[in-house]
Ligand binder design. Structure first.
Ligand code: OSB
Ligand code: MG
Length: 367
């Protein structure tokens, strides 16, 4: 398969409610879409880099520049198949979200030409999945309780609360008391704590959490290992894991007992599968994280989350939890489950009229 060129497209999707984490508040999701045009047809993908480099060093304009100036030109001379993409980027450091988007668009085109779904290609074993929801920091605990109540009524089987110093023990205690011991409850700190907070964080053990996600800085595996040794609540890593190599290091150091896999953060769906395999070999559960994806990213994440080692519910919520209007047909929860797309490639394409309405810029990059 040969690339003829690619389109980079920026879209802007207003969020249904502002999403506040320890990193900041988002009200609009600006997303970057990649459409590759090949001699065997087209493929689509979403780059999950955010507008600002707060969650990770990548950001949308930087990712667009890397794709335009380095990634696509590295592929243009090649005869491509999905496994050939990552090796063609090996001389370019970092930028996993940009690399993931290009690899996924190539994968989508290649699978469509072979009439195979991404789920089947990756080795999915389920056709529908129960999923979780990630709930931002609210102004009041009462507002939080209202959101949790609605999420449980909608059918989400796991509630993740964003926490930060000043919004942790009390909201967690109130949610646990209000909704009972049976609710699968987790917290995500997005690196908001310091190693000196270890004695304080162990107080979370009182609330029966299924995990605490990324309390410390991405590079501080040692602090996570120290907390793991002191806490009965499992530690999950998100920001710290950018490759299967990182996953092995974290497992060896006993810095985590659960891994959140986000394809963008680790450079693609193939590297995601490697992390799944490594975790499975060590007996660790994994789950699919989210980046407030559009329908394109959500479709591909559902395929990944259908692999056998994804034994915990992912941050793959229904479209309406994020957006009034998305660029694809909406994903819905039916009897508490999301269907894994079965069509060729990632199984979905943007709706032209929605895409047009939400686009702010396009650019064609010829081979
Ligand atoms: O840490 O998991 C995170 C969103 C943006 C950046 C980082 C994170 C998140 C979420 C939302 O928690 C997950 C979702 O898409 O539902
Ligand atoms: Mg996280």
């Amino acid at each position: 398969m040969r690339l003829k060129g690619a389109e980079l497209r920026k879209v802007e999707l207003p969020l249904v409610t502002p999403f506040r984490t320890s990193l900041g508040t988002q009200t609009v999701r600006e997303a970057l879409l990649v459409r590759v045009v090949t001699d065997e047809g087209e493929g689509w993908a979403e780059c999950v880099a955010e507008d600002e480099p707060t969650y990770c060093p990548e950001y949308l304009e930087g990712a667009a520049d890397v794709i335009r100036r380095f990634l696509l030109p590295a592929l243009f001379p090649l005869e491509l198949d999905p496994a050939a993409v990552a090796p063609a980027f090996r001389h370019l450091r970092a930028h996993p979200m940009a690399k993931s988007a290009v690899e996924t668009a190539v994968l989508d085109a290649w699978l469509r030409a072979r009439d195979m779904s991404l789920a089947a290609y990756l080795g999915a074993v389920r056709r529908s999945l129960s999923v979780g929801v990630s709930i931002g920091i609210k102004d009041t605990v009462d507002e939080l309780l209202g959101t949790v109540d609605k999420s449980l009524a909608d059918g989400y089987v796991r509630i993740k609360l964003k926490i930060e110093p000043g919004w942790d023990l009390e909201p967690v205690r109130r949610v646990r008391e209000t909704f009972g011991a049976d609710v699968m409850l987790t917290v995500d700190a997005n690196t908001a704590y310091k190693p000196g907070d270890i004695p304080y964080l162990t107080k979370l053990d009182a609330y029966g959490l299924a995990m605490i996600e990324q309390p410390f800085a991405p590079g501080d595996l040692h602090a996570h290992a120290r907390l793991a040794a002191r806490m009965s609540t499992p530690i999950c890593l998100d920001e710290s894991i950018t490759s299967a190599h990182d996953a092995v290091a974290a497992i060896r150091q006993e810095a985590c007992s659960i891994i959140n896999i986000k394809p963008g953060r680790v450079g693609g769906y193939l590297e995601s599968r490697r992390i799944h395999d490594v975790a499975q070999a060590h007996g660790l559960p994994v789950w699919c994280g989210g980046m407030l994806e559009t329908g394109l990213g959500r479709a591909a994440n559902l395929a990944l989350a259908a692999l056998p080692g994804f034994t915990l519910p992912g941050d793959i919520s229904a479209t309406r939890r994020y957006y009034e209007r998305d660029i694809t047909a909406p994903f819905t929860l039916v009897d508490g489950e999301m269907s894994v797309p079965e069509g060729p490639g990632i199984g979905i394409t943007p709706e032209p009229s929605l895409l047009e309405a939400l686009t702010t810029a396009t650019e064609w990059i010829p081979a």
